[in-house]
Design a protein around this ligand. Structure first.
Ligand SMILES: Nc1ncnc2c1ncn2[C@@H]1O[C@H](COP(=O)(O)OP(=O)(O)OP(=O)(O)O)[C@@H](O)[C@H]1O
Length: 679
């Protein structure tokens, strides 16, 4: 029987849940029998269908982090039917009324994504469970089901139902509907039929890109179940709905793998598309006016099944023994889910300041004061979209000792009496990460610590963090949003040229711990030509940030730090010295700038970058007639460009591929224009 959709405490349009797989036998052996997972939730939250706080703890360094997510399924929930009945089954009835839904398994390699989606013969995964539910509903309602199975590999789409996987063109019609031209659809009436078709597709997916001995998926596998149902009103109309069940490729941290050659390219594409997916989910959950569907093939294909009336579920899969990897996965998942609500200045005066690792103490304290479990559960971690309800009667004399003593030492904490009723305190946007292990009472300069801490993580984990650190304060929402949009855009650009894992985070810190001068904040880019678009963007970002910050920094009132408002931003990166030119032999500076030929080559490359940038600007600004004067652009193309840039301005020539041009065509258009300059 289908369970009705459960009301959730969260207002996410895309639910984001965690699933932790059990340790595998060889993992338990190599951990000398230690089977404590690096991730957990409080026992009281284990069976919660409400928001949960996920705790990650590194047994080796005792680092820890907390994130708010929609639900948690631990190692003991090995039976996938629990996840199915609670999270997936409620999405199915909508498919029979013409709505779409999407379920993704997201996570690092070997975190259990494929297992979660497919299961085994004994323990069916989410895909067979969903298929069998759809089929039984079809039988009882007179509906029919068809399946398609395709993969997105290196930003290209291939039909897995064909004996030799065919590339599928992704087309968008004038109503914005996406069509996968020529994609096979196979009618399915029974589970044996389904298994036969699905396992052939799986075999093709495995062989196509991994080789038979390599178990890691290098592509995103999408099983689409399309249901056609007669409308119950006797009109003879048919409602068509679609359920996408997606086994995403595993994200990878390339500085911890030995990837090279094609593997490195694959990995870059995988990380880039996962980041684009997270941006889409974030935009949807935050009611952003623009949802960046066009940033990857996968999100473009899923446009009709993410947002609008569609419902979606992200299952973030974790390997219980991999702390760093889990932090990457959960932080990206939490960021996707994150609901932004900027606090107005008036509200900010009394915004409670908690440090994330105080949450458990505060919750315990509330409970000891006789608060009900449910009110205690509403207690948000620092990164919580919903900050807290505590009784206004709570007096400072009743403060817990640890709390008040912490307050004396650091303004990170505020007395419990300043905690406001939930109705009057809106959440601030923050994902407070990487500093949870810091003891503020011993930390002289919290901000420095944060920077150090994040840099260290960058080195350990090989991730690039793009962070916004913000104190509560008077930064206008539009200024904040503009900065945030710029940094997101920068991170997206970065993801296009880098194979690093990208972590984008918004953090909150206390005003007195922010750098006094904007100049103290380092925005470091490495491995890029100074003239590259990413460097240009970073420079522009840095200077606009300084402009925003300078009046604030000049008005510092040391005595009144708690009401001072600041925002600071840092691209936290391993510190690589900048070099004047990055030529073909990185690491050997003496050769890089030695000869006139090198300089000429460097100039040539600068010229090319600025020419490309000029060209992109022109494409974004020119009229239809002007566009048609460009070599290689006809009327149809000009119209496509006008349409495309309305929703998403072109950022690079590569963006032209989003309107269906192949990279060769894009190259040719630009070459013709460049040749025209000299011709
Ligand atoms: N719940 C589970 N119970 C038992 N074994 C599991 C479970 N989840 C995953 N595994 C095992 O863990 C290993 C990795 O799982 P899986 O192949 O699903 O990972 P993945 O995330 O899809 O990896 P990749 O991205 O590399 O394809 C497999 O051997 C799988 O059988």
């Amino acid at each position: 029987m289908l369970t009705p959709a459960k009301p959730s405490s969260s207002i996410s349009k895309v639910r984001v849940i965690i699933r932790v797989r059990p340790f595998l036998p060889h993992e338990t052996a190599s951990r000398n029998g230690n089977s404590t997972p690096c991730v957990s939730v409080l026992d009281s939250e284990l069976d919660s269908t409400q928001e949960v706080t996920v705790h990650l703890k590194d047994p080796e360094t005792s680092r820890n982090e907390c994130y708010k997510l929609d639900s948690f399924f631990g190692q003991e929930d090995n039976n996938l039917s629990k996840i199915f009945h609670r999270e997936v089954s409620p999405l199915i009835p909508g498919i029979f009324t013409g709505c779409n839904a999407t379920v993704f398994a997201y996570g690092a390699t070997c975190s259990g994504k494929t297992y979660t989606m497919q299961g085994t013969d004994e323990i069916p995964g989410l895909i067979p469970l969903a298929m069998s539910t759809v089929l039984s509903l079809c039988h009882s309602t007179g509906s029919t089901a068809e399946i398609s199975y395709y993969e997105v590999y290196m930003d290209r789409c291939y039909d897995l139902m064909e004996v030799k996987p065919q590339e599928i063109a992704v087309m968008e019609d004038k109503d914005g509907e996406i069509h996968l031209k020529g994609l096979s659809k196979v009618p399915v009436n029974s589970m044996p039929e389904f298994h036969e078709v699905f396992s052939c597709g799986n075999q093709r997916r495995k062989v196509a890109h991994t080789g038979l001995n390599d178990v890691s998926s290098r592509s995103h596998g999408v099983l689409a179940i399309t249901v056609s149902s007669p409308c119950g009103d006797g009109s003879g109309l048919i409602a068509t709905g679609k359920l996408n069940l997606i086994d995403l490729a595993g994200n990878e941290d390339n500085r911890r793998t030995c990837n090279e050659g094609i593997r490195l390219q694959e990995s870059a594409k995988i990380n880039q598309s996962l980041f684009a997916l997270s941006n889409v989910i974030y935009a949807l959950n935050n009611n952003r006016p623009r949802v960046p569907y066009r940033e990857s093939k996968l999100t473009r294909i899923l446009q009709d099944s993410l947002g609008g009336t569609s419902r979606a579920l992200m299952v973030a899969c974790l390997n219980p023994g991999e702390y760093q990897e889990s932090v990457h996965t959960v932080s990206l998942a939490a960021r996707s889910r994150h609901i932004s609500n900027f606090v107005s200045s008036a509200q900010k005066h009394e915004t409670p300041k908690f440090k994330v690792d105080m949450e458990a103490k505060l919750r315990a304290w509330l409970e000891s004061k006789g608060k009900t479990k449910s009110s205690a559960q509403k207690m948000g971690a620092f990164g919580s979209p919903l900050i807290i309800k505590t009784p206004s009667a709570m007096s400072s004399t009743k403060k817990p000792k640890a709390y008040s003593s912490a307050k004396q030492k650091s303004s990170t904490f505020q007395s419990a009496s300043t905690v406001k009723e939930r109705s009057s305190v809106l959440p601030r946007r923050n994902l407070f990460t990487n500093v949870a292990s810091v003891d503020p009472s011993t930390e002289k300069d919290m901000n420095l610590h944060k920077v150090k801490d994040c840099s260290a993580i960058s080195k350990d984990g090989g991730s690039r963090k793009f962070s916004i650190a913000q104190s509560d304060g008077n930064i206008q929402p539009h200024t904040y949003n503009a900065l945030e949009a710029t940094i997101e855009e920068t991170a997206t650009e970065y993801s296009k040229v880098s194979t690093d894992m990208i972590v984008l985070e918004t953090r909150t810190c206390t005003p007195d711990k922010l750098p006094d001068k904007a100049e103290n904040m380092e925005i470091i880019s490495s491995n890029f030509d100074e003239s590259s678009p990413i460097c240009e963007k970073i420079k522009a970002l840095q200077s606009s940030l300084r402009r925003v910050l300078s009046p604030i920094n000049s008005n510092i009132n040391v005595e009144n730090k708690s009401s001072r408002d600041q925002i600071c931003l840092a691209l936290l990166d391993p510190k690589t010295p900048k070099t004047p030119f990055l030529l073909s032999c990185p690491g050997d500076k003496s050769q890089k700038i030695g000869t006139h030929l090198d300089k000429l080559n460097a100039l040539g490359s600068n010229l090319k970058s600025s020419l490309v940038q000029e060209y992109v600007d022109l494409l974004n600004q020119a009229s239809r007639e002007e566009l048609m004067e460009l070599k290689g652009i006809g009327q149809k193309m000009a119209e496509y460009i006008l349409e495309l840039r309305e929703t998403s301005p072109l950022k690079s020539l590569h963006d032209l591929e989003k309107i269906g041009l192949s990279s060769k065509q894009v190259h040719n258009i630009f070459n013709r224009t460049a040749r025209g300059l000299f011709g």
